[in-house]
Design a protein. Structure first.
Length: 434
């Protein structure tokens, strides 16, 4: 197998005998009216790709991503590696937390100083290589000060610290021209209600979001705000449990016009939903924003952040994305890391190739499914009773219980049509494998 340094650019070549080629991702090919690169908008996650080195609960690093350097120099080398990798993989976007890009020291002031140095460097790299920031965010969960939460900490000084870090994040988002900014709950949740004032914590979370919105408008940052739902981990109960819970929160606190959702596949399954369910919930609430692409292992109950290779899932995901009108500010961020045993630089490329090709294939199949039309046609016919007669009156809000009751008394011979689940599943198989 080729060495990492010998691979300059991974290109589309379905006939290639090399492992370092795309079999399905052809960036300039038009699918469903847009180039594949515009439909998929792939992004690289800094934390998993540039920083994570294989540590798990039982053992340390299996991979060295320090480039023989320390301090700020190490993070300059990491930034070079990040852009080199994006170039090799033809990835246009990236995402990071404040703490991912620079060494973290003893004080907020020192961290900000280090981060600003690297941001200056990232700015030059973005211009030089034509790359863009999809979104950034704050790591308001790693430091022990955040052990009881950030915006929902019982300690108001922590709320202020979290605000300072998000303020830096928004200034940086504006400076680097990010298309969005993500709020993942981190440790915003609880482990026991015996020590938790849930009402105050939720109110404070909303106060925090309103302050962030005010600041965004004050500085004129034009990117989108996203909330990323997750049901558990690290806390037993995360306040941003799933898409529906987030929408309830946003509406209760008058924030629904300022936020969209960033749906992560593995978070959906942890919430005992399918990825497709979460995407549809976002879409029907007019809150479809961006995607953290990964997959979990259904036999393990945690966020394993694996590279996505399940083509049923990527197909149904891209089906939802196309139906929602495609990405605007959002994209597909690989919130995914190589397995601990996949500890070479070649593995990083292979993992991205697998993930990108799985989504490229998913896009091709979703487009085929839509063009085939059988699913849409079935769906249309299934709800046809709402297009005329009493059904139309229901939809138009032009009836009442008296009329419906009279109607029901006169129409008791009701035949509900078959849902045809198995047939529809076989249509999906035919599209995928025929
Ligand atoms: C953790 C989250 C995290 C967010 C960004 O489970 O997925 O990585 O995407 O803070
Ligand atoms: Ni995520
Ligand atoms: Ni996650």
């Amino acid at each position: 197998m080729e060495n990492y340094k010998d691979i300059t650019k991974v290109v589309y070549n379905p006939k290639s005998t090399s492992a370092f080629a795309f079999r399905f991702y052809n960036p300039d090919e038009i699918i469903a009216g847009k180039s594949m690169s515009d439909q998929l908008k792939f992004a690289m996650s800094y934390w998993h790709t540039i920083d994570a080195a294989g540590t798990d609960m039982f053992g340390g690093d299996t991979m060295d991503k320090n480039f023989g350097k320390a301090g700020v120099e190490r993070y300059i080398a990491k930034a070079d590696f990040a852009f080199e990798l994006m170039n090799k993989l033809q990835i246009e976007y990236y995402c990071f937390h404040d703490a991912d890009i620079a060494p973290q020291g003893e004080s907020l002031a020192e961290n900000i100083k280090n981060q600003n140095k690297i941001v200056e460097y990232l700015e030059t790299l973005q211009t030089k290589h034509g790359k863009k920031l999809l979104w950034n965010t704050a790591n308001n969960f790693g430091d022990k000060k955040f052990m009881a939460g950030a915006a929902t900490s019982p300690n108001a000084d922590v709320f202020a610290l979290a605000a300072a870090k998000v303020k830096w994040g928004l200034d940086t988002a504006k400076r680097l021209g990010a298309s969005g900014y993500v709020f993942w709950g981190g440790r915003e949740g609880y482990d026991t209600l015996l020590n938790t004032d849930m009402g105050l914590e939720l109110d404070n979370l909303a106060r925090f979001m309103h302050l962030a919105v005010d600041y965004k408008h004050k500085i004129g940052f034009k990117g989108a705000f996203y909330i990323e739902p997750k049901p558990k981990e690290p806390t037993k109960h995360q306040y941003d449990f799933d898409a529906a819970t987030c929408m309830n929160f946003l509406r209760k606190y008058d924030l629904e016009n300022e936020f969209k959702l960033n749906i992560e596949a593995n978070h959906a399954t942890l919430a005992t939903h399918t990825f497709q369910h979460e995407l549809r919930t976002a879409a029907v609430n007019n809150a479809f924003g961006s995607i953290d692409a990964n997959q979990g292992d259904l036999l393990l109950g945690w966020d394993t952040d694996q590279f996505p290779t399940n083509v049923y899932d990527t197909t149904l995901c891209m089906y939802e994305v196309l139906k929602a009108g495609g990405f605007t500010s959002g994209g597909l961020n690989f919130d995914a890391k190589t397995r601990r045993q996949s500890n070479t630089f070649e593995d990083i490329l292979l993992a991205y190739i697998a993930g990108m090709d799985s989504f490229a294939l998913g896009l091709r199949m979703a487009d085929k499914l839509i063009r085939d039309g059988r699913i849409d046609k079935f769906m249309h016919e299934r709800y046809a009773s709402y297009e005329s007669g009493i059904g139309k009156k229901i939809v138009d809000g032009a009836t009442n219980f008296d009329e419906l009751s009279t109607y029901a008394l006169a129409h008791e011979n009701i035949q509900v049509a078959s849902g045809r689940q198995e047939y529809l599943e076989s249509v999906l198989n035919e599209i995928l494998f025929n």
